[in-house]
Design a protein around this ligand. Structure first.
Ligand code: NAD
Length: 476
């Protein structure tokens, strides 16, 4: 085994990048240009709270500006540090290239435990952090567009958008300075659940390919597949909800920061989620199936493991004991480079983060386009589409009358067919298409090259190649 010492997150991303470029024909100069993080800005600012001045530390890192604006979420967590933000920014570059969103990669973070502050305090802190970034153009519709990540959501994005608008009163595109906003602040239908939805679409696409399922020793479709999910936040909750409600998968385990629940008969995701919303913890939900050491559930029997919380949870200490034949990285960097090597040797199939959780940035792209075009998707076409469908329905109704009992329309066909697509349907269609296309590009490299044995390497090769082409076309 090459990696004895556990690599950090940034080192892990670098090791994965190195493994990919070793199989590519890039000049050493270009390879280095793509590897390095262009810039990281550290900001320390004070906010007066509870009668005292508190100093906070935040980061905004720009990994690659081969396309602008650069894009990447803002994370609120006490563990945020420069290495983590830079690793996440690099992943954003590769993710955006993979799903063909026209952005470079960036990421931001604030060292803060949001649970320690009330809403008013969080607003003061967020607005001040945003102010520091906006005045340096590190939030700007044309240059750098953040989004939610761990510990942030629609509420924080609305504050950031408003802060930008206050500081740029005549910028007609102000709303495009950040994505993941609530609908009434210029958001888009389907953004909140987009990353979880993308995880669902990624799995659906994987299960469409017999060869790929075979690699993981799986067969059939998602119906009845046993799933363990770690992290019941935005990404984990939506992925588990859609996979169980719409695809018939069985969620047998849920792992949270303060414990886990394992029930081979399947758990009720809605009920656990509602409990957590109310109590702020998974503790106390179902004592018979509760396990204090939640992380140990990562090692339980299941068909699909979905780490959807944070990085480094599958590492040298537990990789050997992971039983799931298929892991989909809904979180960023949940498997360290050392664990990745162990799992690959065991034959575990890993659907990598840069693809698996790209649903968020994909729908963020749609939101940004919506903000710049100042019109809701479908507004112009919807009724025209309905009118054309009405023509066909009229003809079918004529046929119906003519043929009498011999033929009739399926009862709800007319209603379904007549309805033009609304914004949510268009967003889902665009996301599904994106996830399918990206997967097909990856699997072409996975199955098409003899020196590529896993989806992660294939995904990195597709992405790095696209970034390299973009740099070359600029003459670099
Ligand atoms: P979130 O804050 O909504 O949820 C995170 C969940 O993980 C919370 O329920 C938290 O309690 C739980 N958690 C924290 N530490 C844990 C631990 N040690 N063990 C088990 N559970 C733990 O965050 P999110 O937005 O769902 O993001 C989760 C992951 O997905 C992150 O890696 C993030 O970078 C990635 N991601 C998020 C988005 C997005 O659109 N939100 C997009 C792409 C990637």
């Amino acid at each position: 085994m090459a990696a004895q010492k556990e690599p950090g997150f940034r080192e892990s991303v670098n090791l994965m990048f190195n493994r990919a470029v070793a199989l590519m024909d890039l000049s050493p100069g270009l390879e280095e240009k793509i590897r390095v993080c262009n810039a990281t800005y550290t900001v320390r600012f004070g906010v007066r709270l509870r009668g005292k001045l508190h100093t906070f530390t935040g980061y905004r890192s720009v990994h690659s500006e081969h396309m602008e604006p650069v894009k990447g979420g803002i994370r609120y967590a006490p563990t945020v540090n420069q290495d983590e933000v830079e690793a996440l920014a690099a992943l954003m570059t590769f993710k955006c290239a993979l799903v063909e969103t026209p952005f470079g990669g960036s990421k931001g973070g604030l060292c803060i435990d949001p649970r320690e502050y009330d809403e008013y305090e969080l607003e003061q802190i967020t607005r001040r952090f945003a102010y520091e970034l906006i005045k340096r153009d590190l939030i700007n519709p044309a240059q750098n567009v953040p989004a939610p990540d761990m510990g942030t959501g629609e509420r924080e994005m609305a504050w950031i958008a408003d802060q930008y608008a206050r500081m740029h009163t005549t910028d007609i595109n102000a709303r495009a300075c950040v994505t993941g906003k609530p609908l009434d602040s210029g958001g888009i239908h389907g953004r909140v659940e987009a990353t979880g939805r993308g995880v669902q679409y990624a799995l659906q696409e994987f299960f469409r390919h017999e060869d790929d399922k075979k690699e993981a020793g799986l067969s059939g479709d998602l119906e009845g597949k046993r799933i363990i999910v770690q992290g019941l936040g935005n990404v984990g909750y939506h992925a588990a909800k859609f996979l169980s409600e719409e695809d018939g998968a069985k969620i047998v385990g849920v792992i949270e920061r303060d414990g886990g629940i394992l029930d081979p008969e399947g758990v009720d995701i809605e009920k656990i989620h509602a409990w957590m919303q109310k109590h702020g913890t998974i503790r106390g939900y179902a004592d018979t199936h509760f396990r204090e050491d939640g992380a140990s559930l990562l090692e339980e029997e299941c068909d699909i493991l979905i780490p959807a919380a944070l990085e480094g949870v599958i590492n040298l200490s537990n990789a050997k004991r992971i039983k799931a034949p298929l892991i989909i990285e809904a979180a960023n960097g949940p498997i360290t480079a050392g664990a990745d090597e162990i799992l690959r040797h065991k034959g575990t199939v890993i659907i990598p983060d840069l693809y698996a959780n790209a649903g968020g940035v994909t729908v963020s792209y749609f939101e940004w386009v919506k903000n710049l075009s100042h019109i809701r998707f479908g507004r112009l076409q919807r009724r025209q589409e309905e009118a054309r469908h009405r023509l066909l329905i009229n003809e079918l109704e004529r046929l119906d009358r003519y043929l009498g009992d011999a033929w009739s329309m399926t009862p709800d066909f007319k209603e379904k067919y007549l309805r033009g697509a609304d914004e949510l349907e268009l967003v889902r269609s665009g996301l599904d298409d994106t996830m399918r296309e990206a997967y097909q590009a990856i699997r072409e490299v996975w199955h098409g090259r003899e020196d590529v044995h896993d989806l992660r390497m294939a995904a990195y090769i597709v992405s790095i190649d696209r970034v390299a082409r973009s740099y070359r076309s600029k003459g670099l």
